[in-house]
Design a binder for this molecule. Structure first.
Ligand code: FES
Ligand code: FES
Length: 175
């Protein structure tokens, strides 16, 4: 089947098998290897991207389901060489160890903060319950999410200005 999909602001048209998973399309066809595969069974959340403005586990979505859609991956977040405030917050709060879960955590965090811009700890933990960290560094991840929330609400620092990351893929950015 022929699909046309916008990924991180660029439109792609490709022939794909109907059974091809979105995560494999992103990684193997487009080279978007920042989106990783942790389990391939919909459990770990490592493959989380945004499809039409909402987080999805891309190992549980067919590429053909993204036809005509707008995908945002972790690789589409930085702008002009600056990390997105959520990326910067994860870095500043040491919210990663091996980093394998980090792309999915960040994409899910964007979805969570779009729903709840000022989440308490319980809300953060519930919002990230579909994302597993095998290094079990959850406390720093929670701190990073709350720090990111503050930055996005306007409390950013000079190094990490707050604000929407991406306007050229409006459906895929922070809502
Ligand atoms: S690789 Fe998709 S949820 Fe684990
Ligand atoms: S930092 Fe290693 S899996 Fe989360």
């Amino acid at each position: 089947m022929r699909i046309t999909v916008t990924v991180d602001g660029t439109a792609y048209t490709d022939e794909v098998e109907p059974r091809l998973l979105l995560v494999h399309y992103l990684r193997d066809r487009l080279g978007k290897v920042g989106t990783v595969i942790g389990c391939d069974t919909g459990n770990c959340g490592a493959c989380t991207v945004h499809l039409n403005g909402h987080s999805v586990k891309s190992c549980s979505v067919l590429a053909v389901q993204a036809d005509g859609g707008d995908v945002l991956t972790v690789e589409g977040l930085s702008r002009d060489g600056k990390l997105h405030p959520v990326q910067q917050a994860f870095r500043d709060n040491h919210a990663l160890q091996c980093g394998y879960c980090t792309p999915g955590m960040i994409m899910q965090t964007l979805d969570l903060l779009a729903e709840e811009p000022d989440p308490d700890e319980r809300t953060v933990r519930l919002g990230l319950e579909g994302n597993l960290c095998r290094c079990t560094g959850y406390q720093n991840i929670v701190s990073a999410v709350q720090d990111a929330a503050q930055r996005l609400r306007g409390g950013g620092t000079a190094e990490t200005p707050a604000g929407a990351p991406k306007t050229d893929t409006a459906q895929g950015g922070v809502r």
